[in-house]
Design a binder for this molecule. Structure first.
Ligand SMILES: NC(=O)C1=CN([C@@H]2O[C@H](COP(=O)(O)OP(=O)(O)OC[C@H]3O[C@@H](n4cnc5c(N)ncnc54)[C@H](O)[C@@H]3O)[C@@H](O)[C@H]2O)[C@@H](O)CC1
Ligand SMILES: [K+]
Length: 511
């Protein structure tokens, strides 16, 4: 699905206006599409409707909806939140209401009357703010949003729930909680990025008359990951191939007590088609791993007294890195001075693409600046708590400002950042953000991240560039998890079960 920022949307509308689709017409089209969407869900006749309108063009859309629902038989009242409209088209549409039996209330001055109406309202149309909103809700709009959220009614937000930022997915804590959001022309980042995405309810995208060529040349900074993008990045396997064709992954993982993490990461890499996976693990654990990882090969590493990789293992890893097409470090590796030294060695010496996960990320927390000395391209796959530790911020703050923190981090260290969570975000070293909407909360279990790390690393080992590997990995992982949930339930499914569904996915796409 197409995603545009608020300034791009303004540009598109400007071009439309210059080409004869005037602002006024677009407002009529937007309001008509929204009214039709509402009426397709709830028969309007005799329904009690409150349209909360701001003073900008989002409010103007609201006036169009008010008029159309009234004409279809609803009992409509308009609630002005910031006073009378200030834009030309919104004012024109406001004027059209005067000849109709549509009561107009002022949110502050007519509060007692509004309280009565709110007791038995059927539909609330939220047209306070759209793409023009920035920062925090001010006093009156905050009270208005709270009154919407406190009412028992179906809430339809026009373009965006009021109180969310269109471009970065941030949300005021009192932003409108919609049941449905009708986006105009294109999705905006907020429709897909949390926490704003969580305010939207079900999202529909409505045509307002824009012609594709008015938007084709705009740079795509936010991209929704689609199966087509994924399958285009993963080549079909050539007929005359051999295991060397599909790369060699060096996976430096495992420690006493966390062997499962290493195992899942190996299986993840194998199931995305990697030619050969070498598990480099503390030597006392090799026989245990060898008993279940039939298709892997092993590099027994020098270990310390704690049963974790010793810093002296660097001498073993150096030559192996030279022979590998990608490296993964960190799944169940443990976090101590020795593992930190090994992580530092690998970051500074891996010329092939390197994925750092879990304890590898924790090790970076000791000296994050070694990332600036990376010998090759780096992908990081932290979960929110790991990233928060790394950035030295509170997890809550990080989750509220995902785009701000994620983008700055990926750019500063010139790496690909996989920001895991509901709708995982993949930040490219440039400005781009890839948004993944596959996956479900059945993935919220130990082992999911290890599987994902192995999958992305396995794709990198096959020569798929790191950014594309991350994008493909998160989509495949989530899509397989969705199938798995259908088969086994979100509650009972395990990360290892997802591997079976991954096979089904590849079969379906002929890979
Ligand atoms: N530009 C156009 O021609 C079209 C715009 N459309 C609608 O217009 C919307 C954008 O309209 P606008 O650009 O007028 O903006 P909005 O209607 O989204 O915002 C209204 C006003 O709120 C102000 N504002 C921003 N942050 C605020 C805050 N924290 N507290 C209080 N006020 C704040 C802004 O300065 C702006 O004047 C779209 O989301 C869409 O719904 C549609 O009608 C289609 C056509
Ligand atoms: K709105």
């Amino acid at each position: 699905m197409r995603i545009v920022t608020s300034s791009q949307m303004k540009q598109i509308e400007q071009r439309a206006d210059q080409n004869g689709l005037f602002y006024y017409d677009m407002m009529e089209n937007a309001g008509t599409a929204a009214a039709n969407s509402i009426m397709s869900k709830i028969s309007p006749r005799d329904k009690r409707v409150l349209v909360y309108a701001g003073k900008g063009n989002n409010g103007g859309d609201g006036f169009v909806v008010a008029r159309l629902l009234f004409q279809a038989g609803a009992k409509v009242k308009v609630v002005l939140v910031d006073g009378e409209p200030v834009t030309e088209d919104a004012a024109a549409n406001f004027d059209l209401l005067h000849d109709l039996e549509i009561g107009v209330l002022d949110f502050l001055n007519d509060e007692p009357q509004l309280q009565v109406l709110l007791r038995d309202v059927d539909i609330i149309v939220d047209a306070i703010y759209g793409t023009g909103f920035h920062g925090a809700l001010r006093k009156t709009a905050r009270l208005a949003a709270r009154s919407i959220n406190g009412a028992i009614a179906a809430v339809f937000s026009l373009d965006l729930p009021s109180g969310v930022n269109s471009d970065n997915g941030e949300s005021d804590k009192d932003a409108v909680q919609a049941d449905f959001t009708i986006a105009f022309d294109s999705l905006k980042p907020a429709h897909l990025i949390y926490p704003a995405a969580g305010r939207c309810g079900a999202v529909e995208c409505a045509e307002i008359g824009i012609v594709p060529q008015w938007r084709t040349d705009l740079p795509r900074t936010f991209l929704h990951i689609t199966p087509e993008m994924v399958m285009e990045a993963i080549p079909e396997r050539p007929v005359d191939s051999h295991k060397g064709t599909f790369g060699k992954l060096l996976n430096i993982s495992s420690s006493l007590g966390m062997t499962g993490a290493a195992k899942l990461s190996v299986l993840g890499a194998q199931r995305v088609g990697t030619g050969l996976v070498t598990l480099a693990a503390p030597r006392s654990l090799i026989s245990l791993h060898a008993a279940s990882l039939t298709e892997a090969v092993f590099l027994p590493l020098i270990e310390n007294e704690a049963g974790t990789v010793a810093r002296t293992a660097a001498v073993q890893l150096g030559p192996k890195l030279e022979q590998s097409s990608a490296c993964l470090i960190g799944c169940g590796l443990s976090n101590n001075d020795d593992t930190a030294a090994v992580v530092e060695f690998v970051v500074k010496n891996a010329k092939c693409p390197l994925l750092i996960d879990a304890d590898g990320i924790n090790a970076l927390g000791r000296n994050i600046d070694i990332l600036s000395e990376a010998a090759g391209p780096v992908v990081l796959t932290p979960h929110p708590a790991e990233l928060a530790r790394l950035l030295n911020v509170e997890t809550e703050d990080l989750l509220a400002h995902r785009v701000k923190y994620g983008r700055a981090f990926a750019q500063k260290y010139n790496l690909t950042l996989v920001f895991k969570g509901a709708h995982t975000l993949v930040f490219a070293p440039d400005e781009r953000v890839f948004i993944n909407t596959t996956g479900n909360n059945g993935l919220a279990k130990g082992g999911s991240g290890d599987l994902l790390a192995g999958m992305i690393a396995g794709l990198m080992a096959q020569g798929i560039p790191p950014l594309q590997s991350a994008m493909c990995g998160v989509w495949l992982h989530g899509a397989a998890a969705d199938r798995c949930a259908d088969r086994l339930s979100k509650t009972a499914m395990l990360p290892s079960d997802i591997l079976t569904d991954l096979c089904g996915l590849f079969r379906e796409y002929n890979r």
